[in-house]
Design a protein around this ligand. Structure first.
Ligand code: FAD
Ligand code: EPU
Length: 356
């Protein structure tokens, strides 16, 4: 490995510790970005001229199938603060390199509830808008105010609102037209002052029923049947996630490998006739979202392996690296699952992570 005098660009950089599948691939060049001005300096460095670029946060939603012949920008921008408030909400800004879960904890510790359902999602704040992270009845887009990003095409810094980001289910502008063009440097969240619990997701409701109720950041909220507080929801989400999802430090994975597919009402009705007990979520537009984990489970894949790549034994939507798997191994497993699900249910599963 070597460094240039101008920017600390590191050649032949190992990415194993920078992707939660733990794939052992390398980057031609890498640069740790701790200040915004380092971004343009890095991409304009003569050694990086003409090379493709890859932005990496925690590497928890990416499948690195090969070495990267380009420049990896390792986002390490730090800082978080309340930037303003109005009558209805607090506005909280966090730099892109902040750890997402630590940021959620920090908001609660400062009496700013609203993100608790998204506890324990791995990765960074800057990646949260890329697929509009969501869990347990809440999507990030519902708490989003704006973001700052550097447009690598023009070198300009831009501020984008929710409309420009075009958030959808595990989707945004940045996964489509904006792909590989913008580096998000900070995100501002809008946390309403009137807080209401979001505790309807079955796993969370069940967990709360056996856990502790009744406080918002330690302040008991009134009557004996008071709604669960933000901290109680946070704790319940953490417990549910620890029980179902593998810790990437122990077992490499990137969370859900496929999106939950959305089918027409007619296709759903036909499927339900054949498949009793099919898990489904009606959508506002009349279509129906299916649980991909249930479909994969029904095909008998839960706990099964193809070489060193396997389907997690507690959550069939999560593919894991049992040790020594490559991106190609995981892709072969994913393709076999897609084939079986398509054959049995006539449903195409779309991968959720980004592939390289
Ligand atoms: P990375 O994997 O580093 O990057 C993901 C993509 O975003 C890449 O295309 C990258 O280029 C781009 N990117 C990253 N940072 C920036 C930036 N600053 N500017 C521009 N582009 C950027 N996701 C959910 O939505 N809900 C869940 O419940 C959930 N659970 C998970 C559980 C586990 C165990 C794991 C491993 C993953 C889970 N995920 C979940 C997926 C993942 O945690 C999220 O997508 C997370 O936001 C990824 O953050 P990251 O920093 O690791 O992104
Ligand atoms: N199910 C099975 N078998 C399985 C897995 C799931 O039958 O092996 C059933 C469950 O019993 C449940 C349903 O499928 O009835 C849904 O399962 P779960 O509640 O675990 O959620 P999911 O749909 O599999 C989604 C997200 C997760 C998010 C959880 C909680 C997607 C693609 N995944 O998973 O997000 O944490 O809901 O909201 O939308 C991620 O994106 O990486 C991720 C982990």
């Amino acid at each position: 490995m070597s460094e240039t005098a101008s920017m600390p660009l590191i050649a032949d950089y190992p990415l194993r510790a920078h992707n939660t599948f733990g794939f052992d691939v390398r980057a031609q060049l890498a640069c740790r970005i701790e200040r915004e001005d380092q971004l343009l300096a890095a991409v304009r460095d003569p050694r990086a001229a003409g090379l493709p670029r890859l932005v990496l946060g925690g590497g928890s939603n990416i499948v690195l199938t090969r070495d990267f012949a380009g420049l990896v920008l390792l986002i390490a921008l730090r800082g978080r603060r309340v930037v303003r408030e109005d009558g209805d909400a607090w506005y909280v800004e966090a730099a892109a390199g902040e750890n997402w879960h630590e940021f959620v904890e920090w908001t609660l510790a400062h009496g700013l509830p609203g993100l608790e359902n998204l506890a324990l999602i791995p990765g960074t704040v800057g990646a949260a808008p890329i697929q509009n992270i969501g869990a347990y009845g809440l999507e990030m887009g519902e708490r989003f105010a704006s973001l700052r990003a550097v447009d690598l095409a023009s070198g300009q810094t831009v501020e984008l609102d929710a409309c420009a980001c075009r958030f959808g289910y595990r989707d945004s502008f940045f996964k489509r037209e904006g792909r590989d063009r913008f580096v998000i440097t900070s995100v501002t969240f809008r946390l309403p002052k009137v807080w209401a619990p979001r505790a309807g997701y079955a796993d969370i409701a069940r967990e709360l029923a056996v856990g502790q109720h009744g406080s918002v950041n330690g302040k008991v909220s009134g009557s004996a049947d008071a709604a669960p507080g933000a901290r109680a929801i946070f704790d319940a989400v953490v417990r549910v996630r620890r029980a179902k999802l593998p810790d990437p430090l122990a077992l490499g994975n990137a969370g859900s490998f496929f999106k939950n597919p959305v089918v027409s009402a007619a296709q759903f009705a036909a499927l339900l006739e054949r498949e009793a007990g099919m898990v489904s979520y009606p959508q506002p537009d009349g279509r129906v979202k299916l649980a991909a984990g249930w479909l994969i489970d029904r095909c008998g894949w839960k706990g099964r392996a193809l070489g060193a790549a396997a389907v997690h034994d507690r959550q069939a939507l999560v593919l894991v690296n049992r040790g020594g798997a490559t991106g190609a191994d995981v892709l072969a497993l994913a393709a076999a699952i897609q084939r079986d699900v398509a054959e049995r249910f006539g449903v195409d599963l779309e991968p959720e992570p980004i592939f390289l």
